[in-house]
Design a protein around this ligand. Structure first.
Ligand SMILES: [Zn+2]
Length: 419
């Protein structure tokens, strides 16, 4: 798709501002003159990979805009999260963009009570099974076994949130629980279900819609940019063409490539040609729903196998939670980790120690994790110099192949008992 004049002007302004005000882009764009920018020149600007800016996030900030910053971290599946900055104007604009979609899709508004599957609260690292904070009812993913799922259903009945938010894998497990137990969904007040944070697969979509009805919408986004797209009632993912410039690079013969995004409006912490890496179909298409912004088809992205030990089920984010907690208490203690479920009750943690790692920290880490696992689970920590990245994208949790899984090793295998 060729650039409009408007897009060209926005990108010129962004590049010029970033180059003039951010130390990082002063260097990164030293060979580029924003005034001479065109579509071809733009593709020669180096792609920005997360690994390149971890640890020097601050150098991307523009000098004049350092007050009142909002900071948050990516989940950091390598163990090192990226610190993301936004100014007040970005937060307001991005919040408005997201709520415009939600209002259009389901007439929910920011004051409505909602329920959310969560791992831990960002500020105080709390992991209560169920907690009500302001207008959010938090339901833990750290244990999604039968009894807990019943308690979540009861909580939805009692508190009557208007909508439900969660990663597809958690929504899928909960939906199957509803279907299996023949619960009457009319007892709840859920008018809208939003999936985010992982790739939404068709089998998940079907189960969630079977449980809740045709009220499921897919929110595509990340911590770096927040909302990058939202599905419509036709099920197509609309992008925010005015806010971002979307590119697809390394396209294969089927037209599928990796997503690279430039934020046209974040001048506080510019991200220019930032590699998201999710696999998308190259051509931006139009939709029949009435929304004129183009749609993208995401064909591969973040997905999640669940940790299952006999009847016990949990989102493996629980390991992240403990590693994040350790790194907050003892900075640079764990740099990277990977969990391998070697047998039903045997878990191995491969771990790349940071400079403050010690026997005491290892012991604490093991205790924290064992406390959250079923009794009699064997849990071992093995220190490594590095953890090889076999599949291009780092996968931090591997289950062993159970015999009942037909040996196809599909993504569904870890939760096959639910389908
Ligand atoms: Zn549409």
């Amino acid at each position: 798709m060729n650039w409009s004049m408007e897009k060209l002007e926005k990108l010129k302004a962004l590049l010029s501002y970033a180059k003039g005000n951010s130390n990082f882009y002063h260097k990164q764009l030293s060979n580029f003159n924003p005034e001479e920018l065109d579509q071809d020149i733009f593709t020669r600007i180096p792609i920005l990979y997360k690994e390149d800016i971890i640890g020097k996030e601050e150098t991307l900030l523009t000098i004049s805009r350092r007050n009142n910053l909002t900071t948050e971290y990516t989940s950091g599946s390598t163990g090192s999260p990226l610190k993301c900055y936004k100014g007040i104007s970005e937060v307001l604009r991005k919040t408005k963009d997201l709520w415009t979609f939600r209002k259009e899709n389901a007439r929910v508004n920011p004051k409505d009570l909602y329920a959310m599957f969560y791992a831990f609260t960002e500020n105080d690292l709390k992991t209560d099974k169920i907690q009500l904070v302001d207008n959010a009812l938090y339901l833990s993913m750290l244990n999604m076994s039968h009894d807990n799922l019943n308690d979540y259903y009861e909580a939805l009945k009692e508190y009557k949130p208007k909508w439900l938010l969660g990663v597809p894998s958690a929504l899928y497990i909960f939906s199957n629980h509803i279907i299996k137990n023949n619960y009457n969904i009319n007892e709840l007040s859920i008018k809208y279900v939003e999936a985010n944070g992982e790739m939404l697969f068709d089998y998940q979509k079907k189960a969630i819609q079977r449980a809740f009805g045709p009220i499921l919408y897919n929110h595509y986004g990340c911590r770096e940019f927040w909302c990058l797209g939202m599905s419509c009632h036709e099920g197509n993912m609309h992008i925010l063409n005015e806010r971002f410039y979307y590119e697809v690079v390394n396209v294969d013969e089927k037209g599928i490539g990796e997503l690279v995004v430039t934020d046209l409006s974040n001048k506080t912490w510019p991200l220019i040609r930032y590699h998201i890496g999710d696999l998308v179909h190259k051509e931006l298409m139009n939709c029949s729903c009435g929304n004129e912004s183009p749609i993208i088809k995401i064909t591969g992205g973040r997905s999640q196998d669940y940790l299952k030990i006999e009847d016990w089920t949990a989102n493996p984010i629980l390991f992240h939670y403990v590693v994040i907690k350790m790194n907050r208490l003892y900075p640079d203690s764990v740099r990277q980790f990977k969990i391998i479920q070697a047998a039903e009750k045997v878990l191995l943690m491969e771990l790349v120690p940071g400079k403050n790692y010690s026997r005491m920290i290892k012991q604490k880490l093991k205790e924290e994790i064992k406390e959250r696992l079923p009794n009699q689970t064997e849990f071992k920590v093995i220190e490594r110099d590095f953890i090889p990245n076999k599949f291009g994208k780092f996968k931090y949790f591997e289950t062993y192949k159970r015999k009942e899984n037909n040996g196809d090793g599909s993504k569904k295998s870890a939760i096959s008992n639910y389908s």
